[in-house]
Design a binder for this molecule. Structure first.
Ligand code: SAJ
Length: 401
C-alpha cells in the first residue's frame, strides 16, 4: 500500500514514519522545501525523542520519501494546520489547499482522510469540493475524519497505543480507514461518523480546558479567602469521584487553548461553559501579571529601592522547550513592558538562548532575586529550597505553600 501524507509537521511526520515502519510505502509532502530536504536527509525538523532514529531507518530502506508535490497513492492524509482567521474563527484553507493538491490524483477505491483538527462539517465540506471537481468519483472513494490525540514528547508510544476515533462519511469509508490504521495502531479503533469524530477531538481538548479553568478559578477564590489552593485540591481529590486538575499561570500550547474556539465560533449561544473557560484561563495570566506588578510596587515602597525579580519559566508546560502560545512568556513580556527600569532575570532551563530574553541560570536568579515568580513547574525548580527572605509568587505549585 502507498500513502501520501500532506503536511510533515508535529503529527504528520511522526505518523508517516510509524506507518512506514509498519510496511506502508510513504510519500510525505510539505510546501516547505527545507522540511522536505531535511526529511530526505534523515534529519527531524521537529523535537520528538527517539523519532530521528526511526526516520533514518525508513529513509534508508526506501519506505519514506519527502517531496513538495503529492504523487499517486492508495490513501491520502490531510495533516496540515488549522489556524485562526479574524476573531478566533477557524481557517480551513490549508486543509482545502492540500485537498485540491491531491484531487487530480484520486482514483476509484482510494481513501481520503482528514487528521487536522477541524470544525464540525469540514469533512463533508471537503467531500463536496472533491465531488464537484471529480463527479465521476461519487460513491467510489472512501472519505473519513480520524483525529490524533498524542502528547508531544510521548508520540512514538501514543501513536501506536492510544485508542482512536474513526469517523467515515459512510460505513464503507469507516471500514477503509480502520483498515489503514489497524496496520500500526494497537489501541482500539472506535467507529463513528465524521461529524462526531470532528466534535470528539474538539470535545477532548475543551474538556481539559474547562477542568483547568475550574482549578484556575479556585486558585483566585482561594487567594482572596486565604486558603492554600494546592492543599485544598489535594484534600478534595481524596473524594472517590472528584479529580480536580492543577492551577497554573494560564493555558498554553497549540491545542487546549485553541480547539475550544472551534466550538464557540460555530455555536456562540450554546457553548457557554466552553467560552467562559477560555475567558477564565486567559484572565488567569492577566491576574498573574497584576500580582507581580503589585508585589514589585509594594517592595519598592517598603525598601525604597526597586526589586530584583526572577521570572522562572518560559515554556508553556513543565519540562519542555516549547514556548509557542506560552502564558509564561506572555506574563514575562507584560511585566517587562510595564516596568522598563526594573531589574528582571528571565529563567528557562530547557533552552540555552533566546533572541528576545537574556537568560539567567535558575539557581543564580533564585539566589539573587528579591521577588521570585514561578510560572512553569519545571523539575529543576522543585530542587530549590523555600526562602523566607524572598517574596515568592508561586503560580504553578513548586512549593505548594
Ligand atoms: N495545564 C494546567 N493544569 C493542568 C494541566 C495542564 O494549567 O492540570 C496547562 C499546561 O501548563 C499547558 C496547558 O494546560 O499550558 C496544556 O497542556 P496539556 O499537557 O494539557 O496539553 P498539550 O497541549 O500538551 O496536549 C493536549 C493533549 N490533550 C489532552 O490532554 C485532552 C493531547 O492529548 C492532545 O493530543 C493535544 O492537546 C492536541 O494535539 O490536541
Amino acid at each position: 500500500m502507498k500513502a501520501c501524507f500532506m503536511g510533515l509537521g508535529y503529527i504528520g511526520l511522526p505518523t508517516a514514519i510509524i506507518a512506514a515502519k509498519h510496511g506502508v510505502q510513504i510519500i510525505g509532502v510539505d510546501i516547505n522545501p527545507r522540511v522536505v530536504e531535511l526529511t530526505n536527509a534523515g534529519h527531524l525538523h521537529i523535537v520528538e525523542p527517539g523519532m530521528e532514529e526511526m526516520l533514518q531507518e525508513v529513509v534508508a530502506n526506501g519506505m519514506l520519501r519527502a517531496s513538495t508535490t503529492p504523487e499517486v497513492a492508495d490513501a491520502y492524509f490531510m495533516v496540515v494546520p488549522t489556524p485562526f482567521k479574524g476573531d478566533h474563527e477557524p481557517d480551513v484553507s490549508y486543509v482545502e489547499s492540500a485537498t485540491r493538491m491531491v484531487l487530480p490524483l484520486l482514483k476509484e477505491g482510494d481513501l481520503y482522510v482528514i487528521e487536522s483538527t477541524s470544525p464540525v462539517g469540514t469533512t463533508e465540506q471537503m467531500a463536496e469540493i472533491i465531488y464537484s471537481e471529480r463527479p465521476e468519483l461519487k460513491g467510489k472513494i472512501h472519505i473519513a475524519y480520524c483525529p490524533e490525540r498524542v502528547l508531544p514528547g510521548n508520540v512514538i508510544y501514543e501513536l501506536v497505543h492510544n485508542d482512536r476515533v474513526i469517523g467515515g462519511m459512510d460505513e464503507a469509508s469507516t471500514d477503509a480507514a480502520i483498515g489503514f490504521y489497524s496496520q500500526f495502531v494497537q489501541g482500539t479503533l472506535h467507529r463513528t461518523n465524521c461529524r462526531t469524530a470532528e466534535m470528539c477531538k474538539l470535545t477532548e481538548n475543551s474538556s481539559r480546558d474547562v477542568q483547568i479553568a475550574f482549578a484556575n478559578e479556585l486558585s483566585i477564590v482561594c487567594e482572596k479567602a486565604g486558603i492554600n489552593v494546592w492543599r485544598l485540591i489535594e484534600l478534595a481529590n481524596k473524594h472517590p469521584r472528584v479529580n480536580i486538575l492543577q492551577p497554573g499561570c494560564g493555558v498554553g500550547g497549540h491545542c487546549i487553548a485553541v480547539d475550544p474556539y472551534f466550538i464557540t465560533a460555530a455555536f456562540p449561544h450554546e457553548a457557554q461553559i466552553i467560552g467562559k473557560a477560555r475567558e477564565i484561563n486567559n484572565y488567569k495570566s492577566e491576574w498573574c501579571v497584576e500580582r507581580v506588578k503589585n508585589a514589585m510596587l509594594r517592595f519598592e515602597l517598603d525598601n525604597k529601592r526597586k526589586p530584583r525579580v526572577a521570572m522562572m519559566g518560559l515554556a508553556f508546560k513543565p519540562n519542555i522547550d516549547d514556548l509557542r502560545e506560552s502564558p509564561a512568556k506572555h506574563i514575562v513580556t507584560s511585566v517587562m513592558q510595564g516596568c522598563n527600569n526594573a531589574d528582571i532575570m528571565v529563567v528557562e532551563p530547557n533552552i540555552s538562548e533566546h533572541k528576545v530574553f537574556k537568560l539567567t541560570d535558575y539557581r543564580t536568579a533564585y539566589d539573587n532575586a528579591d521577588i521570585v515568580v514561578f510560572l512553569t513547574a519545571h523539575n529543576e525548580f522543585k530542587t530549590l529550597e523555600w526562602r523566607d527572605d524572598k517574596v515568592i509568587l508561586d503560580f504553578c505549585g513548586i512549593f505548594k505553600r
